[in-house]
Design a protein around this ligand. Structure first.
Ligand SMILES: Cc1cc2nc3c(=O)[nH]c(=O)nc-3n(C[C@H](O)[C@H](O)[C@H](O)COP(=O)(O)O)c2cc1C
Length: 228
């Protein structure tokens, strides 16, 4: 009997000690965790701030460039299968603007199905695919900005472009091609990313309309007051 009772008492004491110990541990964790998290967070914030600083360096230069714009126009576009490129070339031919193709530093696959997955992955990871070449925007007041609709948005390389270049003080004339989704939310995104730019009405064409788009392009250029 006695031994049973003692065993019980012992187990109560052991459990009690364990519970106290656990409470102490968890108390310690509670006080330490936020401190650790804060340290990590502040490191992240600092790293982000550094990144942002680095990213803003060219922007600062470009802001000066924008102020020095000489009235020129540039058609800057990304195109994977040629539809947006056809529209870009038509705009170029009607306006005499310069042409800059936004080419990925690491070329995309030629396989459509693979590309669908890659584009989706880039979008969900908020990727910024590098652009192969840079362009000096100082001579341009107007930038015609073209891209296909990928998964209801701009391809992520367009985000890279808008991150890297400050279009403050310039006019952005957006155009796109799509399988039917039009711009989706991309006009709002451009406005958010380039808050100091003036953004015209956009031109959105279906994939099959891109090859024969002279009339549509001239109508659009007239309506936004940029006809050549
Ligand atoms: C990865 C990928 C995603 C696409 N997502 C959409 C979409 O969400 N909505 C849409 O209407 N079209 C979508 N399309 C079709 C393209 O927008 C359309 O074919 C466009 O004209 C292609 O332009 P490009 O020839 O200049 O690359 C997608 C095409 C690809 C390759």
């Amino acid at each position: 009997m006695k031994s049973k009772w003692m065993k019980k008492l012992l187990s109560v004491m052991i459990i009690g000690t364990a519970v106290l110990g656990l409470a102490a541990c968890s108390g310690g964790t509670d006080t330490e965790e936020p401190a650790e998290t804060q340290t990590e967070e502040s490191t992240e914030v600092q790293a982000e701030a550094e990144d942002t600083d680095a990213a803003q360096e060219p922007d600062a230069e470009e802001a000066t460039d924008a102020a020095e714009g000489e009235g020129g126009a540039l058609v800057a576009y990304f195109s994977w299968s040629g539809n947006t490129e056809a529209v870009a070339q038509e705009i170029q031919s009607q306006t005499g603007a310069d042409l800059f193709e936004i080419v990925p530093a690491e070329p995309y696959t030629d396989d459509y199905d693979e590309l669908l997955d890659i584009a989706q992955e880039e979008q969900s990871s908020d990727a910024r695919p590098a652009i192969a070449e840079t362009v000096d925007l100082s001579a341009y007041d107007t930038v015609y900005l073209g891209f296909p609709n990928w998964w209801g948005d701009m391809p992520m390389i367009m985000y890279t472009f808008l991150d890297e270049y400050d279009l403050s003080g310039k006019t952005i004339a957006p155009f796109n091609t799509s399988g039917g989704s039009g711009f989706s939310g991309s006009l709002d995104t451009i406005a958010e990313m380039e808050p100091e730019a003036e953004i015209t009405e956009g031109l959105s064409l279906g994939s099959s309309e891109a090859e024969d788009c002279a009339d549509t392009v001239s109508g659009w250029l007239n309506s936004i007051g940029l006809a050549g």
